[in-house]
Design a binder for this molecule. Structure first.
Ligand SMILES: *[C@@H]1O[C@H](CO)[C@@H](O)[C@H](O)[C@H]1NC(C)=O
Ligand SMILES: *[C@@H]1O[C@H](CO)[C@@H](O)[C@H](O)[C@H]1NC(C)=O
Ligand SMILES: *[C@@H]1O[C@H](CO)[C@@H](O)[C@H](O)[C@H]1NC(C)=O
Ligand SMILES: *[C@@H]1O[C@H](CO)[C@@H](O)[C@H](O)[C@H]1NC(C)=O
Ligand SMILES: *[C@@H]1O[C@H](CO)[C@@H](O)[C@H](O)[C@H]1NC(C)=O
Length: 263
């Protein structure tokens, strides 16, 4: 009889301990958001990209830069580059693309046409290379020149093809791609139908063997999905811990009632 009393006291203690521990355990999950973790220092304001500087050191893109400066389009583009909400995507042909352009010539263009040609190489929004998969579905895409000045994009398994009717070329490298400014090198000068008409001469000789393209755009979605899966797996594991804890306290109870039967 004395033993039984002692056992009841003991098992009551065990029960109390386990329920209070359980209560603490149950309370603990909401506490992390409440606890004041040091807020990360605010990211430094992004330096504005200086397009003039960027285009003078990369490339060489001197011919294109000269056109941008003489038409004052560089100011429009720099303004857009400073606009961190929308940003800018610019396609830049190398000097060689201009020197190898025989017909049609740019020398006969009016100042207004030359300006439109420059703006035709820009999109008034920042697009990462990965975004071009979507842009190819949304083509034709309005350029900075507006109106009928549109470009078609095709994502050919990571290789981005750019079409203007007169010009079919591809993005051959990324010069700069950090939101809000993307600058991509293209192999040819983009010639708009809005200037040169739709009477496009038959395709010249086929393009030389394609160069190897960087596989950079493939990284982004991968990292995203990894992040998402680690996030979703953390929730079940913490609830599992609670379940297993209550199972353990249940076992303690079962064990003590088994002892009671024996006594
Ligand atoms: C951009 O760079 C060019 C060339 O380095 C320089 O002349 C110009 O002052 C710079 N513009 C700004 C706004 O910093
Ligand atoms: C762009 O931002 C830079 C740096 O803040 C500034 O010096 C420049 O004048 C701005 N240019 C335009 C066109 O807004
Ligand atoms: C440029 O204009 C001149 C005179 O109008 C003409 O003779 C020449 O063929 C034109 N060049 C091109 C490439 O259209
Ligand atoms: C890409 O296209 C899909 C379907 O058209 C759309 O739901 C998604 O928002 C687009 N993403 C971007 C970044 O525009
Ligand atoms: C762009 O794509 C549209 C729709 O696919 C097509 O109708 C148009 O002819 C294309 N334009 C050029 C310049 O390739």
């Amino acid at each position: 009889m004395e033993k039984t009393m002692m056992f009841i006291v003991c098992s009551t203690l065990v029960l109390l301990c386990s329920t209070s521990a359980y209560a603490q355990k149950g309370k603990s999950p909401p506490s992390p958001p409440i606890s004041l973790t040091p807020t990360p220092a605010p990211a430094p304001a992004p330096e504005h990209v200086n397009l003039t500087e960027l285009l003078s050191v990369a490339g060489p893109f001197h011919t294109f830069l000269d056109y941008l400066v003489s038409t004052k389009v560089i100011e429009t583009l720099q303004n857009q580059a400073n606009d961190t909400e929308e940003g800018l995507t610019l396609f830049v042909p190398k000097d060689k693309a201009f020197s190898s352009l025989k017909t049609p010539s740019l020398s006969n263009l009016t100042a207004a046409q030359l300006k439109s040609l420059c703006l035709f190489h820009a999109l008034p929004h920042y697009y990462s290379l990965a975004d071009f998969k979507n842009l190819s579905q949304a083509s034709p895409i309005m350029t900075f020149a507006g109106g009928a000045y549109t470009l078609n994009f095709t994502d050919n398994s990571g290789s981005i093809l750019v079409g203007s009717g007169w010009t079919n070329t591809k993005v051959s490298s990324s010069v700069h791609s950090t939101d809000p400014v993307a600058v991509y090198q293209v192999d040819k000068v983009l010639l708009p139908e809005a200037i040169f008409g739709t009477d496009i001469p038959p395709m010249p000789a086929p393009a030389p063997a394609p160069e190897v393209d960087s596989a950079a755009p493939a990284d982004a979605p991968d990292a995203d999905s990894k992040h998402a899966s680690s996030e979703s797996s953390s929730t079940p594991s913490s609830s599992y811990r609670i379940i297993s804890f209550s199972t353990r306290s249940f076992l303690v109870l079962a064990f003590s009632s088994g002892m009671a039967l024996l006594l």
